[in-house]
Design a protein around this ligand. Sequence first.
Ligand SMILES: [Zn+2]
Length: 336
Amino acid sequence: MARCLLNQHKLSSLIFTVIVLCLLANHSSIAEKLPRLEHQRVNQQSLNFLVIGDWGRKGDYNQSYVANQMGIVGEKLNIEFVISTGDNFYEDGLEGVEDPAFYESFVNIYTAPSLQKIWYNVLGNHDYRGDVEAQLSPILSQKDSRWVCLRSFILDAGIVEFFFVDTTPFVEKYFTDPEDHTYDWNGVLPRESYRAELLKDVDSALVQSKAKWKIVVGHHTIKTAGHHGNTQELVELLLPILKSNKVDAYINGHDHCLEHIMDKESGIQFFTSGGGSKAWRGDIQPWNAEELKLYYDGQGFMSVQISETNADIVFYDVFGKVLHTWSISKELKANA
Ligand SMILES: [Zn+2]
């Protein structure tokens, strides 16, 4: 009897230990997950937003003209927010939270009433050449409440879930051959575990997502006919996660162009919106004409309208002229 009681006691201790361990494990997995932002829908018909990348040049290189057209299109579509694909401040990010470039390249440029919505920003390689913490600081949001910038995060907008991925730490050459640039790797090192953890978090967030539409946003290219070419590290590490989770689209900047590649094999749409200011590199690489739906070497931006069943994408140049439109239907995709 005594032995039996002892065993019961041991068993109770064991169960208690297991429960504590489970709670701890659960707690740590919650702590590791990507920050999740909820977007409160305004327009119930469709979710409308603009995408711009590679912009912050104090109005130069037609940045102000692109901003003006964004204001006009933003008004017409009654947009709910703007997505920035990174390289927010040239040449070397922000020097600190008091850097006047925040006003000269952002606050005083995107002044149209329709653009007074939240801007969801990721960081580009040029942003990593400055004070990264400054762009992530809530002090900037106090200066201009539109500003939201995190390294990686999820934006839950109901029918659409966006997965913003910090792609700069993936690129080997910034670490091994930084040329005369200095990168701010605080918070990123050790790189291998930062990258592995991020990939794991993005994958598990995508697996758990119940959203009708899944869109991944990052600064660097995965598929492009433009100057920088495909980012091999993302092709190897991120693309398989996008494929296995059947994401609808990957949106990036980095190449200073407007581009649409429809990947025939995976069905993923690759959109580049990196025409926020300096453009016209003039070096386009060959690409399968069946997949390359648009390559425009100049400035401009992109609009997206998403309903339960349809996504309509439009690219505009610096004059507001429509360069390319594309529609995706969920029903058609399900039958494909
Ligand atoms: Zn870039």
